[in-house]
Design a protein around this ligand. Sequence first.
Ligand code: FNR
Length: 182
Amino acid sequence: MSEIAVLVGSLRHDSINRKFAEALERLAGDRMKFTYADLASLPHYNEDLWANVPESVTRLKAVVDGADAVLMVTPEYNRTFPGVLKDAIDWGSRPWGKSSWGGKPVAITGTSPGVIGTAIAQHHLRTSMVAVGTAVMGQPELYYAYKAEHFDADGQITDKATKDYLETWIASFADWIAKTGK
Ligand code: FNR
């Protein structure tokens, strides 16, 4: 079973991205164990804080360091990814020589009610994750235009075409981890 550090770029209680991540978790079954990183308490990146490292930063780096791979599930805010994810990327990339990202297999997805389903946010995020040296899965892509009617009351995906595609995508992520992971 692969350990997956999951970074959801929304802090909202009723986040559709969190719901989407949990649907993916169910589809992954016993192939993956998801650990959701707590991004709510991360401060903005500030080099001075390394003198007295915030607990939230230590925890974030421990979750990523201990994982076989990273799953990023992003909303789109004004045609890019939210600042909370950028702070997580920046904290994870430091101190110099102790980046948590180098070589990690990464998959990026996300959802919004808009028809392009976070495509632009995901591409921006991809650029940053390549810059920090992760092995980002290029294909298949997963831009999900959120539809409440695709989910049942327990948060399971019931729409067959969507579920089939998500299953293919998760299987591809598992293959990607096997190919590129340590
Ligand atoms: C949005 N939303 C949005 N949606 C989109 O498809 N493209 C966009 O550029 C934006 N921009 C945007 C900016 C800001 C500041 C907010 C708060 C929202 C709508 C967004 O997709 C919607 O609120 C989702 O429900 C956010 O995801 P979570 O928080 O439910 O996971």
